[in-house]
Structure formats: C-alpha cells, structure tokens
Design a protein around this ligand. Sequence first.
Ligand SMILES: [Zn+2]
Length: 67
Amino acid sequence: MVKDDFCMVCGRKLRTDEIAMHKKIISRESESFMCLSCLSKHFNVPEEKLREKIAYFKKIGCTLFFM
Ligand SMILES: [Zn+2]
C-alpha cells in the first residue's frame, strides 16, 4: 500500500514510476519516497539515466513497475 505519494525531499507529487524506482534502487520496504530529480541528486547520476533505467526495468518486466 502506498500511503505517501509526495517526495520526501522536495514535496513534489510522485508518479508511480518514481515510487517504483525508489523501491528498486533504495528499498522495497520504504514508506516514503523521492522523486526522480531528488533520486538523481542523491545518487549523483543524471535524471536521464534514471529514466533509461525505468524504461529498462519495464522492458524486462520488473514487477515493481506493474503494481
Ligand atoms: Zn523530490
């Protein structure tokens, strides 16, 4: 169940892809999430790379992205 769908850092409304990505690269147990731009700052990677990863995980059928 997703209770909080706002970014824990900047407060922006999250998309399901961003929540899935947070679960994928940080923790499935997380109860608060970061948006893509905060994740990119957190890991010091370009947001574009994270978008590529989302597309990749969807392509390989990662279940986190189909909830
Ligand atoms: Zn954010």
